[in-house]
Design a protein around this ligand. Structure first.
Ligand code: PTJ
Length: 251
């Protein structure tokens, strides 16, 4: 039991969720490695949502709301960390949910689906009857009525190869990845360099505000956004945070 007044309470609770996910068979063992990497990058940005991430979250909300067919891809880490928040975002933006895991086993995919259903997810795309071109057999299988035919896909904590293959299909790809240097971060249409535990509620918050705006206002938000510039600002954010820390140590 982690005491609430522990200075690292939030971070430790997030760890508990990931390890529980592994115990329940929802999260893959590789998910622990990915989580550790995420934690390290979160330290580097100061464990807070930066201005550049906020801008990316706002743009992502506008894109999901403008999409004809938005889909949110869910893997083992996402299902363990933010299942309710993802379901809420889907409802707010009209996005369908699809379980799409990298280290695939049927058993784990089924457990994630059941986990989401138990928490109130209504429609989950579960077919694997279409293939993303350019990806080897198992890793490329998706639902023809889900990711395959989506115009906008939110793929948090995604592998770089699959992210690129989705972009190559002409889709608008939004990713959430604390590492602004990752291939996924570099390849996606929009990269949100923030912890998924903050990013999903952040996108939902913007979606609630933006859902009553007209389409031109949403388009204007998207047009203003430049992913390369935003990524460079994310890296600048890390540099500035480190500089601030070194100055404190030198005092
Ligand atoms: O459940 P599966 O089989 O689909 O597997 C999921 C993982 C995440 C294990 C798989 O997609 C994978 O191996 O991903 P990578 O290539 O390790 O990339 C995950 C990225 O997410 C890394 O760049 C991490 O820094 C980042 N990351 C990890 N935890 C978080 C995160 N980004 C945002 N929020 C986090 N909590």
């Amino acid at each position: 039991m982690i005491p609430k007044d522990h200075p690292r309470y939030d971070s430790l609770m997030t760890r508990e969720k990931i390890t529980e996910g592994v115990e329940k068979g929802i999260t893959g063992i590789m998910g622990l490695l990915a989580h550790g990497r995420g934690e390290a990058f979160d330290y580097l940005i100061g464990e807070k949502t930066t201005q550049s991430a906020l801008q990316a979250e706002k743009t992502a909300a506008a894109m999901l709301l403008l999409a004809e067919k938005p889909v949110i891809s869910i893997n083992g880490n996402v299902a363990a960390l933010v299942p309710e928040e993802i379901i809420e975002l889907g409802k707010l933006t009209g996005a369908q949910l699809e379980v799409n895991i990298f280290y695939r086993t049927e058993e784990r995919a089924e457990k994630i689906t059941q986990h989401l259903r138990a928490l109130g997810a209504e429609i989950i795309c579960t077919k694997r009857d279409a293939a993303i071109p350019g990806l080897s057999h198992e890793r490329g299988k998706v639902d023809s009525e889900g990711i395959f035919s989506a115009d906008v896909v939110l793929v948090p904590l995604e592998d770089g190869d699959r992210c690129k293959a989705l972009v190559d299909m002409g889709k608008t790809v939004i990713t959430i990845d604390l590492n602004p240097l990752s291939r996924t971060a570099q390849t996606a249409t929009i990269t949100i360099a923030d912890n998924i535990t903050r990013a999903i509620p952040g996108i939902s918050k913007f979606a609630r505000v933006l859902k009553d705006k007209n389409k031109d206002e949403l388009r204007a938000i998207i047009q203003e956004f430049d992913n390369k510039k935003n990524l460079s600002e994310s890296i600048d954010g890390i540099t500035a945070h480190l500089l601030h820390l070194t100055q404190q140590y030198r005092k």
